[in-house]
Design a protein around this ligand. Structure first.
Ligand code: TRP
Length: 471
């Protein structure tokens, strides 16, 4: 059942869409995960592999998702169903993944808010990593405060999504994304101008090819996926609010470039400072909450930089969490005809509830293990990120490349001097028609894209998927 009589929301401007989609992509994946993965996986070597995969798989899937969404003008499930009735299940996997990811993403988002408060009140003014580590563990393992902050984070997310597309997501992305970028550049400048920072810059930008192993390639592939918000219909949903005359090839280039730019900035903001103060770059997940506060405390004007950094991290996390919530909300609004307000409130409440055990699993419930000895938060992350996302990506590429249909067609042309020339052209199937807006937009790389979406993407992602399950 679709509410065709009610006019569907649309982005107010091209810039609004780009900033919102880039906002979805730019998140804790960039600020927190990318620098620590680079730190653990040989610095420049990881960055190089990340780039190669970004170009081969990242752009390809980004374009496929946006195209499906704009063609259907519907949520992830509705979009699959509109193209092939029997494929609606594929979209449901995405909605489920969004629901699960947000439940723990919001818990981490809550930690960011609490660290922002701590930074502002000057309460981690020490470079003692032992002490900071203890502080971090004490906080996340307590029962009350993390759940409180998780609730605050959900309320912020809910408040924006309730505003709808133009007056909610687009409006706030347009403020937060440029602000994030400016703060990021300031922190980066502060970091690379510290004494001894060049060691970190070198580590981050010089690829050492001996460091490139199968493991490095796999973690880079997984990171491309998570960082670009691919594999669960997030970009299908955002693409569905896009008007027909926007240029899809262009947007599909710009969004991953912004995402990667911010990841590089984050690396340059964090790793040089880590080197300058003699910390280890492979601190892992603790880099953001334990190592960085130590770095800030040693830095001239460090408390100011610390506050700026956690504000930035909060902006990045919120523009991502609203995209996760929107995937679920748009489904219920489109398919069940709920009002946006009712859908947002009820779904957010459910996600908040699911986040509570995730939060408790860091402390009082840490003895409960679900999958492979992982606690509740790690299990939910594992199911969503390592199973549902890659599966969603494989399904999407098969759907667009093989089911929706992209085929080559023989064309016979007559040249001016009467000769007959036969060429094989991409037939104007729905996907190509949608991308080029019926041939009005130039898409020079159509053949390359078709090859990537049919063959390279499903095979490459299958490798991550199998690794995620069996590793
Ligand atoms: N890309 C975001 C980040 O880097 C997280 C995110 C938002 C996401 N929406 C998503 C990840 C959809 C996977 C799928 O933090």
């Amino acid at each position: 059942m679709q509410s065709s009589e009610i006019k569907r929301d649309q982005w107010g401007s091209k810039l609004g869409f780009i900033l919102a989609a880039a906002g979805s992509a730019v998140g804790l994946g960039n600020l927190w995960k990318f620098p620590f993965l680079a730190g653990q996986n040989g610095g420049g070597a990881f960055v190089l592999v990340y780039f190669i995969i970004l170009f081969v798989v990242g752009f390809t899937l980004m374009m496929a998702e946006i195209t499906v969404g704009r063609y259907a003008q519907l949520n992830a499930i509705g979009a699959y169903r509109k193209i092939r009735e029997s494929w609606a299940w594929a979209g449901s996997l995405g909605v489920l993944a969004g629901f699960l990811i947000l439940s723990f993403y919001s818990v981490i988002g809550g930690w960011i808010i609490s660290y922002l408060v701590k930074a502002a009140s000057g309460s981690f003014n020490t470079a003692d990593v032992q002490l900071l580590g203890g502080m971090f563990n004490e906080f996340i393992s307590s029962a009350g405060m993390p759940i409180f902050y998780h609730g605050v984070f959900m309320l912020i997310t809910l408040g924006i999504v309730m505003g709808g597309i133009q007056n909610g997501i687009e409006k706030y992305s347009k403020i937060m994304m440029p602000a994030l970028f400016i703060i990021m550049v300031l922190v980066m400048i502060r970091s690379v101008t510290l004494d001894g920072a060049m060691e970190g810059v070198k580590f981050f930008l010089t690829p050492d090819f001996s460091k490139i192993t199968g493991g490095v390639i796999l973690s880079a592939l997984g990171q491309v996926f998570f960082s670009l918000s691919l594999g669960m219909g997030c970009m299908i949903t955002y693409g569905s609010y896009l008007s027909k005359d926007e240029n899809i090839p262009q947007s599909s280039m710009i969004i991953p470039l912004i995402d990667t730019g911010v990841a590089l900035l984050a690396g340059l903001a964090i790793l040089p400072a880590v080197f300058a103060f003699g910390f280890s770059p492979n601190a892992g997940p603790g880099l953001l909450f334990i190592t960085l506060p130590a770095v800030f405390s040693k830095m001239p004007m460090g408390s100011l930089v610390g506050v700026a950094f956690f504000i930035l991290a909060l902006f990045a996390a919120v523009t991502s969490s609203i995209s996760l919530l929107e995937v679920c909300v748009s489904y219920v609004v489109d398919e069940w005809n709920w009002t946006r307000k009712k859908a947002t409130l009820i779904i957010s409440g459910m996600i908040f509830a699911l986040g509570i055990p995730c939060s408790l699993s860091q402390g009082p419930w840490s003895h409960i293990t679900l999958i492979k000895g992982k606690n509740i938060l790690d299990s939910v992350d594992f199911i969503a990120t390592n199973i549902l996302l890659p599966l969603g990506g494989i399904i999407l590429s098969i759907f667009v490349g093989w089911v929706w249909g992209l085929y080559k067609e023989q064309r016979i042309h007559k040249t001016e001097d009467g000769k007959t020339v036969i060429t094989w052209d991409l037939a104007y199937t729905d996907a190509i028609k949608e991308i080029t807006n019926d041939g009005k937009i130039n898409f020079a790389l159509a053949h390359v894209w078709v090859f990537l979406i049919k063959w390279v993407a499903p095979i490459a992602i299958s490798i991550v998927f199998l690794q995620g399950i069996f590793a």
